[in-house]
Ligand binder design. Structure first.
Ligand code: MG
Length: 266
């Protein structure tokens, strides 16, 4: 932030900041409520591709947060908007783990003869046959858009590899670049600032992933805040080549941090 720029809104990562396994992280509900009452705008940004915005809002309300589906931006929603803008009237094949068609309502879905391929979160759908077909279509010139480039996701049963583990191989075999939309790609952060009617420099982003949330937000000019909850690991922070603007123990400390920063809240 420079000059007289003041923070006008907060962009929240969800998992590891507000909830873990959809249970509130201590003090998060109260902190989010106090920030809203101070008058700052807000948006929630997640790389989730297995649940719709409405389902996520419902889960958050179940954990005690007063949140509306329209305030939630998922990698799936961002991708739907991006593909709709970039490839109007295209038919789209979505390879994804989970049914998020409701967040892709503006797209014409067609598995058989796609003009565009959208790659979502990885799961059992990512078979040898399906991935081979992606490459075949890429070699025929069909563009590929990925919802995000996350490498892993956690289940109760252990770690699973995610789409990001496949993308470099697909790009090499298909001889084409793959556009990535969700975190840490810059456009998603800018879209969230737009949704709040703010310049990125007026937005504070708070997340538990140093690279994908915090440093990526700082790249587009936002103020980055890292929390020591969720996937935070001291070793990752110590090894990083750049530093977050702020590090706090948890989102519960956000209202106090904001008091010390130039902002438009009261
Ligand atoms: Mg997170």
């Amino acid at each position: 932030m420079s000059g007289d720029t003041r923070i006008g809104g907060v962009l929240y990562d969800i998992d590891g900041v507000l909830v873990t396994s959809w249970r509130e992280i201590d003090g998060a509900v109260d902190a989010v409520r106090r920030v809203r009452e101070s008058g700052l705008r807000r948006t929630f940004l997640t790389n989730t591709t297995s649940r719709t915005c409405a389902e996520i809002a419902e889960r958050l309300r179940g954990a005690g947060f007063d949140v509306d589906a329209a305030e939630i931006v998922t990698a799936a929603r961002l991708t739907g908007e991006y593909v709709g803008r970039r490839y109007p009237d295209a038919s789209v094949w979505v390879l994804n783990h989970g049914d998020i068609r409701r967040d892709l309502a503006e797209l014409t879905l067609d598995d058989e003869h796609p003009d565009v391929i959208v790659i979502g979160g990885a799961g059992a759908e990512f078979t040898h046959r399906a991935l081979s077909r992606v490459v075949e279509l890429m070699l025929d010139g069909v563009p590929v858009v990925a919802m995000h480039s996350g490498l892993t996701w956690a289940t109760d049963d252990g770690i699973r590899i995610d789409a990001g583990a496949y993308l470099p191989g697909l790009a090499a075999a298909g001889s084409a670049e793959i556009t990535v939309v969700g975190k840490p790609a810059a456009p998603g952060f800018r879209t969230c600032a737009d949704l709040m009617g703010l310049d990125p420099a007026e937005v504070l982003m708070i997340g538990d992933d140093l690279h994908s949330d915090v440093l990526a937000a700082q790249q587009v000019g936002m103020t980055g805040v890292l929390v020591r909850t969720g996937k935070f690991r001291p070793a990752v922070l110590a090894a990083a080549s750049s530093a977050p603007d702020h590090v706090i123990d948890s989102v519960a400390d956000l209202p106090a941090l904001l008091k010390g920063l130039p902002n438009r809240g009261k």
